[in-house]
Ligand binder design. Structure first.
Ligand SMILES: Nc1ncnc2c1ncn2[C@@H]1O[C@H](COP(=O)(O)OP(=O)(O)OP(=O)(O)O)[C@@H](O)[C@H]1O
Ligand code: SF4
Ligand SMILES: [Mg+2]
Length: 372
């Protein structure tokens, strides 16, 4: 995007932030194909306080990675950020000069990819890689070797010389992901972005990695954005959840509200597809495919798959409405969760009434910001 000024970033080490203070503030982010093509993601707004994890969930192609990378001030080849702000501790990363952005990445904001081997250099020993990560950001810590040992212990890895001498291929997948976490946390960042970091791991290793992320974020006041298509994983980890569909956030709110009481039909469909030992019922998926960039039509992009769609859903984009402590982008958000087939039948009459109550709310300006 074009910039009229380039604020200077503090290069290394997170400034201390009190728990609950907003660290990441994303407003009205738009990313397009090319400079002026169709939007890949649009109207993306959310905040993440120090010590909290925001979960970004949605089907494949919904735009999660596109948003995640924008949090590092990056757009993939062929895409460009055309509007919006990504403010980290008050500094808009999208307006930094390339040199300042390089100083910020890896120090103030760090990234953990799905495949840890993509984050680790196969030709370098673990100790060397961690020391390098600290040395390219002078000032991040005073004692490099001391910090290497400390961060390995923080991610529950053995900090012995033998471990430091190992190459990535001499570690298990779970250990590799812990080293990737150590790389991400070593400079004491303000923000950590994790893109499906536990997808290839078994359930108990996933749980350990997730617990580590949560406890480090809380201990050091780090804000985190955790991308996942696995709602079961996210439900146990994050304080807030943002559900993406076709490049937009269609529901966002506290996990404790959104998961038990999903309002948007898409959120409800996603949750109905999550297996649970508490529910003995046939899982239902969502029929059809999400539309890609440039194929989203004029109205609600979920209309082709939505069992509640009416004619105006296909011609008018529903703007966010605030209901029960969260923002929902749906013309007819349903107030009560209807997850069991039996309950759907019993509540049908009430649901019809609520559909009429929630006529399309076509606000001019989207206002996706969690009420804090
Ligand atoms: N560089 C690019 N050029 C063109 N289209 C792209 C590019 N990168 C992503 N897209 C498109 O943008 C949309 C969002 O992609 P993105 O990778 O953000 O999705 P995602 O939610 O992370 O999916 P997944 O869960 O599969 O990782 C997709 O339709 C994808 O095809
Ligand atoms: S706006 Fe219409 S099509 Fe879209 S989710 Fe709501 S009811 Fe369904
Ligand atoms: Mg992705």
């Amino acid at each position: 995007m074009t910039t009229d000024r380039a604020p200077t970033a503090e290069p290394a080490g997170a400034s201390p932030a009190s728990l609950g203070e907003v660290r990441l503030d994303v407003q009205d982010l738009v990313i397009r194909l090319g400079e002026s093509g169709p939007d890949v993601v649009s109207d993306i707004s959310f905040t993440v306080p120090a010590g909290e994890v925001l979960g970004l969930v949605g089907e494949s192609g919904s735009g999660k990675t596109t948003v995640a990378l924008a949090l590092l001030g990056h757009a993939r080849r062929g895409l460009s950020v055309t509007a919006g702000q990504v403010r980290l501790d008050g500094v808009d990363l999208l307006r930094l000069s390339p040199a300042d952005l390089r100083a910020v990445r890896g120090a103030r904001v760090t990234y953990v990819p799905q495949d840890p081997s993509a984050a680790l250099n196969p030709a370098l020993r673990i100790g060397t890689q961690l020391r390098e990560a600290l040395r390219v950001h002078p000032g991040a810590v005073d004692d490099v070797d001391g910090r290497v040992s400390e961060v390995l212990r923080e991610v529950h890895l053995d900090a012995s010389p033998a471990m430091l001498r190992r190459y990535p291929h001499q570690l298990s997948g779970g250990q590799q992901q812990r080293v990737a976490l150590a790389m991400a946390f070593c400079c004491r960042p303000s923000l950590i972005v994790l893109d499906e970091p536990t997808t290839g791991l078994d359930v108990s290793t996933q749980r350990h990695v997730l617990d580590t992320v949560r406890s480090l974020c809380t201990s050091y006041g780090v804000a985190a954005v955790y991308v996942s298509h696995d709602l079961a994983v996210v439900g146990g980890l994050v304080a807030q959840v943002a559900v993406m569909y076709a490049g937009r956030i269609i529901e966002i709110g506290a996990t404790g509200r959104v998961f038990p009481y999903p309002l948007h039909p898409y959120t409800r469909g996603l949750l109905a597809a999550v297996p649970s030992v508490d529910r003995a019922e046939v899982l239902s998926g969502i029929e059809g495919q999400p539309p890609g960039p440039g194929r989203r039509g004029r109205g609600c992009s979920f209309a082709a798959r939505c069992g509640y769609a009416l004619e105006d859903c296909r011609s008018q984009v529903p703007e966010p409405v605030h209901i029960e402590g969260r923002a929902v982008r749906a013309a007819r958000a349903i107030r009560h969760p209807v997850r069991r087939a039996g309950r759907i039948v019993r509540r049908r009459r009430r649901r019809v009434r609520l559909r009429q109550d929630h006529a399309c709310s076509l606000h001019r300006r989207p206002a996706f910001r969690l009420g804090r």
